[in-house]
Design a protein. Structure first.
Lengths: 509, 363
């Protein structure tokens, strides 16, 4: 049995699932100011119903994202980039919001180093230069460094060597290396690395607190954290790479919803009080956004799920036949007509149409049926159009509807006849954490000589599988879920950027 | 007039529109320009008439794969070394930078390169849009000698290529850039201000035009309305509003498909007032043609730009995908491309299309 937990801004949800992933118990508790009290309460509520031992506890949390968004509890960080003379056109922290730059100190250094796309040296590392930088960092009392280097995803050697030099010079210095955090795209990878370096102290604190909360419930099972791509990492990894937890919430929610409906390829519509969030899953994983993910105003190249929010939710205001985007939000139970309020909301329409039994139906009996039908029809059309925007082909696409506002969605949408509403959908995100797997990824430039494409792709696949196994996946269960090839135009030798992602079941202790 | 801050942002937006789907994202080079201006002050935009006759006009652009540029960001000081070598070669001072390609990445990049080289930016460019070829510039048509090609990387390594014709110059210049690690800045078709004043030797007014396009798109109102305003002001045409209903894969050997005139047909299904219409888009590095019922509505070298109806942003040819809602805008190309010689260089045939060129009909 496993416990999955989702710590959101409002609620902390927990589910208990069996070894064959059926939901045995679930609970929704308020998120507490110190977070861990709420987590402990949620665990205690479901653990009490466990018959037998708990083998793992998986937590998806917004702690780290919130710390960045609020620019609070961040560790002063220096950015060191290896690339000179290249990259001087854009120094680190370019385009950062002032508040966040000030919160992490905004100290940066450019040093010689870096590689070309094929791994050859761009500039040689200069140890003396790094020692000078180390001395300045030590003098400034900085304890965490973000190290980036041109084309380090192709070859990490220089970052590793520079990290050795810096830690030798400044004992106790924590160094986050960009090659283990991001992919190709120097500025975005560097930004993510800086955010990571700024979160290391908070990570230590949070991971320790979660561990204590679990132990306090008498559970002796490994703790795992959800990553943004829907896979898991263990505690030691989470301490070093807290930034990888960003956006695990939407990913878990979509994966949980798809799992509940038994589908691996589908669209998910999550209707809340103010918005409906729409995403598409392929092979059980959300499609990734193609644009750079913006976190607290900083561009990163994280693998964020491609989610389209539209301004339609259960609390959306209805004016004429216009619905949303403003909403009564959490005041639905005071302001909606069916609750005796004076505001016409989308939920009132659903009740008037007989789609939902919420509040007092007689309070909306005066609404013209033709008006109700026409307005709900508009909502349906907008949802259908939004799903259509997200789809990647004209193939039939089943739709899974979840969330408190899902009463707005009829049993079929225009052009989308296969629509499902799974049970337990209110805790889809906690379930998404509980069913998560372990992944490994390769993303770099390979040389692909004529006639060697298959061999090179196989090499990349094996590497991704090996990485998944190293990260804790059970050998034999690992499968490749995504392969992407992008030939770099004009380059000889068939230089091609290849991305491969492999995932497998969590290895049980 | 000067470029800095908000004006640079609007300029970059206009460059993306003039890219006609190609040229790489101007948003990627905008930070280079903003940072350069922070260091060196605003970039002065000058008219040809202000330049001394005998002074040199130096075109500049980045060459190489955009994916390399995302990692190996240059210094944008490559233009300093290039300027030195150009002045040495010609024995005359450079008095202005010319943007080689206003469409896409190289628009804002030229502002950054001009800023670091301490040069004003001429209000014009070599293309009036984006093209993939080094020789697809107004200067080639006007008979300006292409060579030498002066190429530099961020290590101040400089290579000067001499060749008698444009094709060899491009071939050798590309080899040099590959040697640089597929990233470098190049200058060709250096000319005097007097040569540049010859009819059609450069596309005049491109910088102000890009800026104005950016201003129009920054106005309030729906995307369709803003695009209409743009069409109205620049004698263009809103071809259709639609949804991408298919993007067909390019066929042929990978290397050839990518490095040459990759063509990916896409289908557009009309929506709103255009419901019932079906259009075919020919897509290469740029949008090459829009065809309806076998009739070309717009073709190269006129500028075809797609706007995402939700974000209002131009959609690059690379990012075109199934399901996008777009407004298709066609803008007339500079008149010099509509001549017989112009069409031989950049007409539909130059992009592998068996279509006649018909000047855009303004609605």
């Amino acid at each position: 049995m496993r416990i999955g937990i989702d710590v959101g801004g409002t609620n902390t949800d927990a589910v208990l699932v069996s070894d064959v992933d059926t939901v045995l118990a679930s609970v929704k508790t308020p998120t507490t100011a110190d977070v861990t009290t709420g987590v402990a309460a949620a665990i205690a509520a479901v653990a009490g119903q466990a018959r037998g031992g708990i083998s793992a506890v998986m937590i998806g949390t917004t702690h780290f994202t919130n710390a960045v968004v609020e620019a609070r509890r961040l560790t002063p960080t220096a950015a060191v980039r290896l690339g000179l003379p290249a990259t001087a056109a854009l120094p680190p922290f370019t385009d950062w919001p002032d508040r966040l730059r000030e919160a992490v100190g905004g100290r940066w250094y450019l040093a010689h180093g870096g590689n070309e796309y094929d791994g050859t040296e761009l500039s040689a590392l200069r140890p003396e230069e790094l020692k000078r930088i180390a001395a300045e960092i030590a003098a400034a009392g900085i304890t965490s460094v973000a190290l980036s280097s041109v084309f380090s995803p192709v070859t990490a050697e220089q970052e590793l060597q520079a990290a050795r030099i810096l830690t030798e010079e400044v004992p106790g210095l924590r160094v986050s290396c960009s090659h283990s955090i991001g992919r190709i795209g120097l500025l975005e990878r560097e930004n993510a690395t800086i955010l990571n370096a700024a979160l290391v102290d908070l990570a230590e604190h949070i991971v320790t607190a979660f561990g204590a909360a679990i132990a306090g419930c008498g559970i002796q099972a490994p703790l795992l954290l959800s990553q943004n791509d829907g896979t898991l990492m263990d505690v030691s990894h989470a301490r070093s790479f807290p930034v990888l937890t960003f956006a695990s919430g939407p990913t878990n929610s979509m994966r949980g919803a798809a799992y509940l409906s038994g589908l691996a390829d589908c669209a998910v519509i999550d209707v809340g009080g103010t918005t409906a969030d729409i995403g598409v899953l392929a092979a059980g994983f959300p499609r990734e956004a193609s644009t750079a993910a913006d976190i607290g105003g900083v561009r990163t190249n994280f693998r964020m799920p491609d989610v389209l929010p539209i301004g339609i939710g259960g609390g959306s205001l209805v004016r004429g036949t216009e619905v949303g985007p403003d909403s009564v939000g959490y005041q639905l139970t005071e302001r909606a007509l069916v609750f005796g309020g004076d505001t016409l909301t989308a939920t009132d329409l659903a009740v008037a149409a007989g789609r939902a039994d919420i509040g007092d139906r007689s309070l909306v009996a005066h609404l013209e049926q033709s008006f109700v039908d026409a307005t709900l029809e508009r909502i349906s059309l907008r949802l259908a159009e939004s799903v259509d925007r997200m789809r990647i082909s004209a193939d039939p696409l089943p739709v899974v509807v979840v969330g408190g506002g899902s009463v707005l969605v009829p049993d079929a949408l225009p052009g989308l006849p296969d629509l499902r509403r799974p049970a337990h959908h209110a805790v889809a995100n906690a379930l998404g954490a509980a069913i998560a797997e372990v992944g490994g990824e390769v993303d770099r430039v390979f040389q692909v000589p004529d006639g060697r494409r298959t061999a090179v792709l196989d090499e990349a696949r094996s590497e991704a599988v090996a990485r998944a196994e190293a990260a804790g996946a059970k050998p034999g269960t690992v499968r490749v879920v995504e392969v992407e090839e992008v030939p770099l135009a004009y380059l000889p030798g068939g230089a091609t950027r290849i991305k491969v992602k492999a995932v497998g079941e969590l290895r049980r202790a | 007039m000067h470029l800095s801050g908000g004006r640079l942002r609007e300029f970059a937006q206009g460059c993306d529109v003039l890219g006609g789907g190609g040229g790489g994202p101007a948003g990627d080079s905008l930070p280079l320009a903003l940072h350069a201006v922070d260091l060196n002050g605003p970039v002065e935009v000058v008219d040809l008439a202000e330049l001394p006759e005998d002074g040199l006009v130096m075109p500049c652009a980045f060459l190489g794969a955009p994916a390399i540029g995302a990692e190996r960001i240059g210094t944008c000081r490559e233009s300093v070394a290039i300027r030195r070598h150009v002045e040495h070669h010609f024995g005359k001072p450079v008095v202005a930078m010319l943007c080689t390609e206003i469409g896409g990445y190289n628009g804002p990049a030229a502002a950054a390169l001009a800023s670091h080289a301490g040069l004003p930016l001429l209000d014009g460019d070599g293309m009036g849009r984006a093209f993939p070829g080094v020789d697809q510039v107004a200067m080639q048509l006007a008979g300006v000698t292409p060579g030498p090609s002066v190429l530099a990387d961020e290590h101040d390594r400089v290579v000067t290529v001499h060749a008698e014709d444009g094709a060899w110059l491009e071939r050798l210049a590309r080899t040099v850039v590959t040697g640089f690690g597929d990233r470098g800045v190049s200058s060709e078709y250096v000319m005097t201000a007097q040569q540049a004043r010859a009819d059609g030797a450069v596309v005049l007014g491109s910088v102000r035009k890009a800026l104005r396009i950016g201003e129009l798109l920054a106005q309030p109102g729906s995307v369709v309305r803003r695009v209409r305003a743009l069409a109205g002001e620049f004698d263009g045409r809103v071809v259709a509003e639609g949804r991408i209903s298919a993007v067909l894969p390019a066929t042929g050997p990978d290397a050839e498909v990518l490095a040459t005139n990759r063509r990916t047909p896409a289908m557009l299904e009309g929506i709103g007032p255009d419901r019932g219409r079906t259009l075919r888009l020919e897509v290469g590095h740029e949008y090459l043609a829009v065809i309806e019922d076998g009739e070309p509505l717009a073709t190269m070298p006129d500028i075809i730009t797609l706007f995402d109806t939700y974000t209002g942003q131009p959609v690059s040819a690379e990012r075109l995908r199934y399901g996008l809602r777009v407004v298709v805008l066609a803008l007339p190309c500079p008149p010099l491309w509509r001549t017989e010689d112009g069409l031989a260089l950049v007409g539909p045939g130059a992009f592998g299309l068996d279509l006649p060129y018909r000047p855009l009909e303004v609605s």
